[in-house]
Ligand binder design. Structure first.
Ligand SMILES: Cc1cc2nc3c(=O)[nH]c(=O)nc-3n(C[C@H](O)[C@H](O)[C@H](O)COP(=O)(O)OP(=O)(O)OC[C@H]3O[C@@H](n4cnc5c(N)ncnc54)[C@H](O)[C@@H]3O)c2cc1C
Length: 227
C-alpha cells in the first residue's frame, strides 16, 4: 500500500500575466456594448472590462474560457468533484485498472489522510496521541482492503469486481475541464470552511495559484487558507 500526497497540475497553458485570457473575454464581451474601440493592447482595458462584467453579474461573458486541471485526490473527494454538472471529467477507471499488475507495483495507492486531519476543524486541535491512534486504525483498514483486493484477483475476480473492496481513500487521477464561471462556482463551494478538508487541501492552493496567474477573474473569491 502506497501513501500518496494529494495535489493538482494545471494542464491549460496560461499566458504571461494572464492577459491573453482576459483579452479574449474582452473581445467577445465588447460585442454586447459595441465598445471595441476602447480595447488597448497592454491589457489594461481588458482588466477593467472583465472586472466590470463580474461586478455587474454579467458572468455569461466569462463562459468564453476554458481551464483544465488534473487532480490527484481520493475517490471520496473525486465523488464531490463530479457533482459539478457544468464541468467535463476524465477519471482513472477502477473497472479497467488492475492494481495487482506489475506496473502498479502490485499495491493499491491511497491518499495520505494526515493532511486532511490537519485541516479538519474539529480534529486539528486533538492530541498527537489521539491523531496517531486514528491514523493507525486507518492504515490497518487500508492494508486489509489491499489484502482482500489482491486475494480476490488471485482467485480470478476481474478488477471491476474486486474494486468493490477498494476504500474511499483510493488514489485517483481526475481531470476537470470547465469555463471560468463554473470554476468560480466550484471555488466558492470547495474552498469554504465548511467544505471537506481534503477537497480544500487541493482547492485552496489551486485558487491561490490562479489568482496569481490570471488577474481579476478570481479576485473576489475569498478562498480560506488551507493552513
Ligand atoms: C458543504 C457541502 C455539503 C454537501 N452535502 C451534500 C449532501 O449531503 N448530499 C448531496 O447529495 N450533496 C451534497 N453536496 C453537493 C451539492 O448538493 C452539490 O451537488 C454540489 O455542491 C454542486 O453544486 P452546484 O449544483 O451548485 O454546482 P454545479 O453543478 O457545478 O452547478 C453550478 C451552478 O450552475 C447552476 N445550475 C447547474 N445545474 C442547474 C440546474 N439543473 N438548474 C438550475 N441551475 C443549475 C446553479 O447556479 C449552480 O450553482 C454538498 C456540497 C457542499 C459544498
Amino acid at each position: 500500500m502506497n501513501k500518496i500526497k494529494a495535489g493538482y497540475e494545471i494542464l491549460t497553458p496560461i499566458s504571461e500575466g494572464g492577459i491573453r485570457e482576459l483579452q479574449h473575454i474582452e473581445r467577445i464581451g465588447r460585442v454586447c456594448y459595441k465598445s471595441e474601440d476602447r480595447i488597448t493592447e497592454d491589457g489594461e482595458s481588458a482588466k477593467k472590462f472583465v472586472k466590470m462584467l463580474i461586478s455587474a453579474h454579467h458572468e455569461a461573458m466569462i463562459e468564453h474560457s476554458t481551464l483544465s486541471v488534473l487532480f490527484t485526490v481520493d475517490r471520496g473527494v473525486s465523488h464531490e468533484m463530479v457533482r459539478h454538472r457544468i464541468a467535463s471529467f476524465a477519471q482513472e477507471s477502477t473497472r479497467y485498472v488492475n492494481y495487482s499488475r506489475d506496473k502498479f507495483g502490485g499495491a493499491i495507492n491511497v491518499i495520505d489522510l494526515a493532511p486532511g486531519i490537519a485541516l479538519d476543524a474539529k480534529m486539528k486541535g486533538m492530541s498527537a496521541e489521539t491523531i496517531a491512534a486514528v491514523l493507525g486504525e486507518w492504515e490497518q483498514a487500508m492494508l486489509d482492503a489491499e489484502r482482500h483486493y489482491m486475494r480476490m484477483i488471485e482467485l480470478g475476480a476481474t478488477a471491476q469486481i474486486a474494486r468493490s473492496v477498494l476504500p474511499n481513500s483510493t488514489k485517483t487521477n481526475i481531470t476537470i475541464t470547465a469555463n471560468y464561471r463554473e470554476w468560480r462556482a466550484y471555488f466558492r463551494l470547495r474552498t469554504a470552511s465548511d467544505a471537506h478538508p481534503q477537497i480544500r487541501e487541493v482547492s485552496v492552493p489551486l485558487l491561490a495559484e490562479l489568482k496569481e496567474r490570471i488577474p481579476v477573474i478570481f479576485d473576489d473569491i475569498e478562498g480560506e487558507s488551507a493552513a
